[in-house]
Design a binder for this molecule. Structure first.
Ligand code: ADP
Ligand SMILES: O=P(O)(O)O[C@H]1O[C@H](CO)[C@@H](O[C@H]2O[C@H](CO)[C@@H](O)[C@H](O)[C@H]2O)[C@H](O)[C@H]1O
Length: 463
């Protein structure tokens, strides 16, 4: 039998080339110089073997920890061929997330409440899991790896790790405690140690079958409206406004639940100062990297400065932090919010800070613009379709805000009453999107840029 330590030693040599080929790897802009093992745990001995690894990926001026699950067998079955990482000591090693014989082990360990080395597997109080289920990884493009167990459970394995409890687990647990109706039930978690602190490695939730994500629904609705340019929007099949309104209610309800669970506080006088400082700094960084943004910088800086004029009466609380139509699921009973991890690129301290809930509102407003605009990027310019797209966005943004206002925390009420804040948060998100699209989908760069152009023009009174 091969010693797992020898296997690991040889395997890390393969990782610098393999990591950048993975969707979840967040350092594709620079070559990987070295990979160092920070922790290794054998979760299953024998053939197949299951190894849990935390590795540090070293790039020029940057070090980041990642979680890997490695399987090894004497003979690699054909269906695991594309998961192959390398052959060490005569044993093929592969990405274990694609091996249902191995991923089933994780579910059993969570059910057992197992402790192996520094790894802790926990189920939530009172939860008993069905064991022996086979898992398949979700194939959509994601920042982490999620495994679905026979349509019953979904286990998210966090890839890039930050020391501390992940806000996704923390906020789900807190929301569950106060009986929030708009989340999928939390069933368990996996944690370990990193740099002397606890680190969240995985989160197990009830899988909601037959759920459709908001992005798929919204883009179908835009397509319907464009295909029928003559009819009023409320008479076109697939009108989304009713859903947008219910979504607004759900988001407001989650904000209220987050307050009940974890409290809130009035922003201290320095808070807006710090927030605007961070927004100006992000704008400067992105404008330097993306010249197309530079022309809008003066209008954007002015919009951020306008925030300072507020008296600080907005309350700060835990929020979702990266809310968009891809982060909400329509189930047979209503809307659920998922993925409370915040912006994946932001440091965990920032993601765990108290912020204005209007940031989530602004994130969703941006997403309505996105759903409308992305239909226009690939086709030739067409003024009728362009107007139709903006009509869709206006209608659904407004319905969402109506719904939010119906259940909003008292100090917020109708978000439109905080126009300066909302505009600044929307523009800040759009600046983030410019950098996201520049790095990930350059063909979509015009989506946030066209919104920035429109909002800047509106706020300078040029409509
Ligand atoms: N509880 C759930 N039930 C059904 N599908 C889910 C559930 N949670 C997540 N999903 C699906 O899994 C995908 C990935 O989840 P998400 O938390 O957004 O992962 P990531 O952090 O990798 O972006 C979502 O887009 C959604 O389609
Ligand atoms: O879902 P993630 O947490 O990985 O978020 C990142 O990727 C999103 C794209 O998948 C990106 O969202 C942007 O594009 C969406 C459409 O694909 C749109 O609905 C969002 O409004 C827009 O911001 C998100 O910004 C990024 O953090």
């Amino acid at each position: 039998m091969t010693d797992p330590r020898e296997l690991i030693g040889a395997l890390v040599g393969e990782l610098p080339e393999w990591l950048p080929t993975q969707r979840w790897f967040a350092g594709k802009d620079q070559p990987v110089l070295e990979v160092v093992v920070l922790g290794s745990t054998v979760l299953l001995e024998g053939d197949p073997l299951l190894l849990h690894l935390v590795v540090e990926v070293r790039q020029d001026g940057r070090r980041a920890p990642y979680q890997l699950l490695v399987g090894s067998r004497g003979q690699l079955p054909e269906y695991l061929g594309t998961s192959w990482l390398g052959t060490e000591r005569g044993r093929p090693c592969y990405e274990a997330v694609n091996d249902p014989d191995l991923t089933g082990v994780l579910l059993g360990l969570i059910d057992d409440g197992a402790r192996i080395g520094s790894l802790r597997f926990d189920h939530e109080p009172g939860v008993t899991l069905t064991r022996g289920l086979r898992a398949r990884p979700i194939t959509s493009e994601q920042s982490n790896t999620s495994l679905v167990y026979s349509g019953q459970y979904i286990l998210k394995l966090f890839r890039k790790l930050s020391p501390g409890e992940n806000p996704d687990v923390r906020l789900h647990r807190a929301l569950q405690r106060v009986g929030c109706e708009h989340i999928a039930p939390l069933l368990g978690s996996i944690s370990g140690d990193l740099a002397g602190k606890e680190v969240t490695l995985g989160m197990l939730q009830r899988f909601i079958p037959d759920a459709v994500d908001g992005w798929a629904m919204a883009t179908t609705s835009v397509r319907d409206l464009m295909a029928d340019p003559e009819s009023p929007p409320d008479q076109v099949g697939g009108d989304f406004a009713g859903e947008a309104q219910r979504l607004g209610q759900a988001v407001a309800s989650v904000h209220n639940d987050l307050r009940r669970a974890l409290g809130e506080q009035v922003a201290d006088p320095g808070e807006f100062e710090r927030a605007t400082g961070a927004m100006h700094a992000r704008l400067d960084r992105v404008a330097e990297a993306v010249p197309e943004l530079a022309g809008y910088a003066p209008a954007l800086h002015a919009a951020f400065d306008a925030m300072k004029e507020r008296d600080g009466a907005i309350r700060m609380q835990f929020i979702h932090g990266d809310l968009h139509l891809g982060q909400v699921l329509r189930t047979v009973t209503g809307w659920l919010l998922i993925d409370f991890e915040g912006e994946p690129a932001a440091p965990v301290v920032e993601r765990s800070a108290l912020r204005s809930p209007l940031r989530d509102v602004a994130g969703m407003l941006r997403s309505f613009d996105y759903a409308a605009q992305q239909m226009l990027v690939s086709g030739p310019e067409d003024p009728i379709l362009t107007e139709r797209a903006w009509e869709w966005a206006r209608r659904n943004r407004s319905a969402f805000l109506d719904g939010y206002a119906e259940q909003a925390p008292e100090d917020i009420g109708d978000p439109r009453a905080h126009e300066d804040l909302l505009r600044a948060f929307e523009l800040d998100k759009a600046v983030y999107e410019v950098s996201y699209e520049h790095a990930n989908r350059p063909e979509w760069l015009s989506v946030p840029l066209s919104s920035i152009a429109r909002i800047s023009e509106e706020s300078s009174g040029g409509e």
